[in-house]
Ligand binder design. Structure first.
Ligand code: ATP
Ligand code: MG
Length: 760
């Protein structure tokens, strides 16, 4: 007989319903992708409210992203109505911990209006600490220490609780002391960093039992999504808060733990059963999201992992398309292929309904992969959004590189000048830049022109003057080289010689690596344009595309950002060794890194409801070199019964002339043929994945130009008495354009800019 209950319970299966209705006591829902974990959590929340077990503000609900929190709030509003607005404690770990801290900041020596530093501020502060302590910041970079401190905070270690062997290797054993000093500086500034939010909460809860008791009374029920990706500090936080009521419900999937590199601990799942004895453990096995081929392909892939809790998954959605896998010639061919398929899916056909753009997603392993798709989409006017990050051309490092090129191309580009004159840091501070801007404004010339004048004078301190002179000299040299050098090669050289790439190389954080990859990708993509000017024009075009939120747009994002989401059609490009799995995971000893990558693959495939399409290429520009790519080992691990090689790929290979590569002056020559001859490709061929044919190489010549500059004439003449802000009164001894030589009464002979003196 059918069990009757409120509407929101209808449609849940027995296990789901059990998880929803077991409101009292600890509950762990451990289940594979698409089994309705998030749905269970949302329904449980609605159930608790609808049955009057608690008020909305007595619920603590933690989701992985702010987006997920918003979506959950919407779904609950749909079930219980405007009452959902009272869900004051629904958010990410960070946002909820920040709220707690605002109320009790004084207990950790902060005021309730404390500021939360971003990573930039954090590093600047660390740098100051290193300077005070006479630590060589070149050898022991602020980034490295920031990374260490983050790691410690993720584990719940304050300077006092730090194990003795931690931080030994940093600055000859000074790691711990520096951590302590940094925390002291933060306190003085009434600030904290991201890691502190949780850490300060822990400190407060552990040292102030009455405060903890207050939150015990407040949070009658605790609900946590994506539990597998919590780190130690977050786990301890949950355990402290859940200790009294024991009403803690966590949902997660060990196979989707993909944030190990950020301190997440799958072990938290095992700990839960230990720390919350008598927990109800619910397993969900029916997948409601994907068709059977998709599910089987994902399950087959993840079964290669050893460290698993293990589970079975089934679906009633039998049939459907197999997961399509194909190999193409290179990255451009891959983006062409996918863009064409998107257009076809959008149109629909006799046996397929048209799809909306927003029902299609491209999930990449690394952000550098996005560029090719974005360009293609701009060209074809396919609307797209990049979820969870700026679009390729909006990234800071790409804008920096463009600013250099713009300044080489056009010395009058003041915005470009301002952007990079001190990027990377070369000792030309804000004050100097402001001064240059002022001079430029007063004399109505470009900043670059003003800078040229200023370096001939004593307006700047000697060190700054030298730095600025070097910067100008470099730019002039590059401008000269632009005459003969291909612009891709030029860009590479500019990034090297300016110290830009070096600064990133010294940078030990994971984002630095990503930014380097993005720059390599940028250099590679420039080969498709005849001239630097043509390239820069193209960029402005891409940047100019409507930026407002697009209701119907293809979703581009990283696999990490796709967690918890679902789409009818999912593209998974770049399944090649070194891209996915990442080189970093392959270089690591042991299987840990690779297993995490495999879980990422599992997350990727299981985002698809109806169609999943995997692709890999034979040649890719990686780290500025053409390399022959091997199909990802993950391709080999997909069960043959659930995959299918596309029969259409030959069409996409690109005929003669479709592939444009730049000149042979640098190592840009693609390894034609060799990719296809490799054992990996032969294996792929045996499986029927290979489809396209090499195109022909086309050499493009670079183009550049020299720009001449002149300086304006001066209003001053020999003998004029003048006043200068810095040097005081003096008499003009010589005039050279807008530069004056002045005999100052106190400062002696100086060269100054005329707009900086008044007649005295
Ligand atoms: P992930 O591990 O990817 O986060 P999940 O386990 O959280 O997945 P949900 O996103 O909650 O899964 O659900 C997957 C899909 O299945 C959603 O579209 C959801 O609406 C649907 N679904 C879940 N349970 C049921 C059910 N009992 N009946 C019908 N559809 C369901
Ligand atoms: Mg979910």
């Amino acid at each position: 007989a059918r069990v009757h209950g409120p509407d929101y319970l209808a449609g849940l299966n027995t296990e789901q319903r059990a998880a929803v209705e077991a409101t009292e006591g600890p509950v762990l829902v451990l289940a594979g992708a698409g089994t309705g974990k998030t749905r269970v959590l949302t329904t449980r929340l609605a159930h608790i409210l609808a049955t009057g077990r608690a008020k909305p503000w007595e619920l603590l609900v933690v989701t992985f992203t702010n987006k997920a929190a918003r979506e959950m709030r919407e779904r609950i509003t749909a079930i219980i109505g405007p009452q959902a607005e009272g869900l004051r404690w629904l958010g990410t770990f960070h946002s909820v911990a920040a709220q707690v801290l605002r109320r009790h900041a004084e207990l950790v020596g902060l005021k309730s209006n404390f500021t939360i530093l971003d990573t930039d501020d954090q590093e600047r502060l660390i740098k100051q600490v290193l300077e005070v302590e006479n630590v060589d910041a070149k050898r022991w970079t602020p980034k490295t220490l920031a990374g260490l401190i983050d790691h410690w905070k993720n584990r719940g270690w304050t300077p006092d609780r730090l194990p003795a062997n931690e931080g030994r290797e940093f600055a000859a054993g000074k790691g711990q002391a520096l951590y302590r000093l940094y925390q002291e500086r933060l306190r003085v500034l009434n600030a904290c960093d991201f890691g502190d939010l949780l850490l300060h909460n822990l400190t407060i809860f552990m040292s102030q039992p009455e405060v903890l008791a207050e939150f015990h009374r407040r949070f009658r029920y605790i609900l946590v999504d994506e539990y597998q990706d919590t780190n130690v500090a977050q786990y301890l936080w949950l355990r402290l808060l859940g200790q009294a009521s024991q009403n803690v419900c966590c949902v997660g999937d060990d196979d989707q733990s993909i944030y190990g590199w950020r301190g997440a601990e799958v072990d938290n799942i095992l700990r839960f059963e230990r720390d919350f004895p008598g927990a109800t453990v619910v397993r969900l096995e029916r997948n409601y999201r994907s068709t059977s081929h998709i599910l089987a392909a994902a399950s087959g892939l993840i079964s290669a992992n050893k460290g698993r809790l293990g589970k079975t998954l089934w679906t009633e959605q039998n049939g459907g398309e197999k997961v399509i896998v194909r190999g193409v010639w290179d990255g451009e061919a891959e983006s062409r292929l996918i863009a064409d398929e998107i257009e076809r899916a959008k149109k629909g056909s006799t046996d397929k309904d048209p799809r909306k753009y927003r029902d299609m997603a491209i999930l990449v392993r690394a952000s550098f992969q996005m560029r090719a798709f974005e360009e293609r989409f701009v060209l074809l006017s396919i609307p797209y959004t990049v979820v969870g990050g700026p679009r390729f051309f909006e990234r800071a490092e790409i804008r920096d590189a463009h600013a250099y090129l713009r300044l080489i191309q056009s010395p009058d580009d003041d915005l470009a000048f301002e952007r990079i004159v001190n990027t990377p840091k070369r000792g030309i501070g804000d004050t100097t830049v402001q001064k240059l801007l002022q001079i430029a404004r007063l004399s109505g010339v470009p900043v670059m022109t003003a800078a040229r004048e200023v370096v001939l004078t004593d307006e700047l301190a000697a060190r700054t003057r030298t730095a600025l002179a070097n910067f100008i000299r470099d730019l002039d040299r590059w401008r000269g080289q632009a005459e003969t050098l291909h612009h891709a090669r030029l860009t590479e050289q500019v990034l090297e010689e300016s110290g830009y790439t070096d600064a990133l190389r010294l940078d030990k954080t994971p984002t630095a690596q990503t930014r380097l990859e993005n720059l390599k990708e940028l250099v590679q993509s420039m080969g498709n344009f005849d001239t630097l000017q043509a390239y820069l024009e193209h960029v402005s075009l891409v940047m100019d595309m409507d930026r407002g939120p697009q209701a119907d747009a293809v979703q581009i994002m990283t696999l990490h950002a796709a967690k918890g989401l679902e789409f009818p059609l999912v593209f998974l490009p770049g399944w090649e060794e070194g891209v996915f799995p990442s080189q970093r995971s392959m270089d690591e000893s042991g299987e840990k890194g690779l297993e995490e990558e495999r879980r990422l693959g599992y997350v990727g495939i299981t985002r698809a409801r109806e169609e999943a399409r995997i692709s890999f290429v034979a040649n890719r520009m990686v780290y500025g070199r053409w390399t022959s790519q091997l199909p990802s080992r993950f391709v080999d691990e997909l069960p043959l019964a659930n995959v299918e090689a596309s029969s259409e790929t030959g069409y996409y290979g690109g005929g003669p002339g479709m592939q444009q590569q730049h000149g042979s002056s640098w190592d840009a020559t693609p390894a034609f043929g060799s990719g296809y001859d490799s054992p990996g490709w032969q294996r792929a061929q045996a499986r029927g994945y290979q489809g396209s044919h090499p195109g022909r190489q086309q050499v493009i010549q670079g183009e550049g130009r020299l720009v001449a500059e002149s300086s304006a004439a001066s209003d001053f003449k020999r003998g004029d008495r003048v006043f200068h802000q810095k040097f005081g009164y003096g008499q003009v001894k010589g005039v050279d354009g807008n530069k004056l030589t002045v005999a100052f009464e106190k400062a002696g002979d100086k060269k100054v800019i005329d707009s900086f003196v008044e007649k005295g």
